[in-house]
Design a protein. Structure first.
Length: 287
């Protein structure tokens, strides 16, 4: 089933000749069937005859040897090479495999997928358990935070949900208690502080309702829920507890570095211990 609006016209799939290579190609096939996108398989490393023939065999097996599929070979640093390729080819979505949880050392240094998620200028889909018999995303958990990027993220999420015929969509608003605590009692009388918090939350609800009125949700049934706690952490915890298939988050506002992993940026909570497949939505044309 093709979507009425495909937010990801050009998809790049990072592949390595590992035991998960076949599964990554199968997942790419499902994405192309659902979205109708052009596929770019990119491998960083030596281009040997054996690997060429193996990849050609796999693409033929999954009926991906057509004009809408391209194979790209590059040498050099994997992260920088893939990042530059995505920029020069105007890739909309980068797909990569990712371990659900990495060791502390590997996490701090950054696995390739996690490094890419912090550096690429396009949206990125991290697959925790790619399968040669891939399943559609049926339960989506989507960030509904009051943020300029949220409308675009919700728009993308709804188009994906329609394409994959999702059955459950949870739109989560996270209330950062530390920010609410900034409404100090010395600035307001006790009852005024409480009223101000209620007002702020009501304004956020109204903004989300306005976004949903403007976004084409089709026949999708959407559940909205507000959760109090640290943004990034609570939505990841919710996705894990609900056994979601896909968690969809806004891209971070700035490039992240080691300090963001010592003093975590919201998205770092999800990256540290992926609750499920993760889609980071980066608005087109934004740095």
């Amino acid at each position: 089933m093709h979507m009425t609006m495909n937010p990801f016209q050009k998809i790049a799939v990072a592949i390595a000749f590992s035991p998960r290579c076949e599964a990554m190609i199968a997942e790419a096939k499902l994405l192309q069937q659902t979205l109708g996108s052009a596929l770019y398989f990119i491998h960083i490393g030596n281009q040997t005859i054996q690997e060429e023939q193996y990849l050609k065999h796999l693409l033929h097996r999954f009926n991906l040897d057509n004009n809408n599929v391209h194979v790209v070979w590059r040498e050099g640093d994997p992260v920088e090479s893939i990042k530059e390729f995505c920029i020069t080819e105007s890739i909309d979505l980068l797909v990569a495999g990712a371990l659900e949880k990495e060791s502390l050392l590997k996490y701090v240094l950054g696995g390739v997928s996690r490094q890419l998620s912090r550096k690429v200028k396009c949206s990125m889909l991290m697959l925790t358990e790619p399968n040669i018999h891939p399943k559609s995303f049926k339960h989506l958990v989507v960030e509904g935070t009051d943020h300029p990027k949220t409308e675009n993220t919700i728009t993308v999420a709804m188009e994906l949900a329609k394409g994959f015929q999702a059955q459950t969509i949870d739109l989560i608003q996270e209330s950062d208690l530390s920010k609410l605590a900034l409404i100090r009692s010395d600035e307001f009388k006790e009852n005024e502080a409480g009223e101000k918090k209620i007002e702020l939350l009501r304004e956020e609800d109204e903004k989300l309702e306005e976004i949903l009125r403007c976004v084409d949700c089709g026949e999708l049934q959407i559940q909205t829920e507000r959760i109090e706690g640290k943004p990034g952490y609570v939505i990841s915890k919710f996705a894990r507890e609900k056994n979601a298939d896909l968690l969809i988050l806004n891209s971070p506002d700035k490039p992240m570095n080691l300090l963001d992993r010592v003093f975590p940026h919201d998205i770092e909570y999800a990256l540290a211990d992926l609750p499920c497949n993760l889609l980071i939505v980066h608005p087109k044309g934004k740095e």
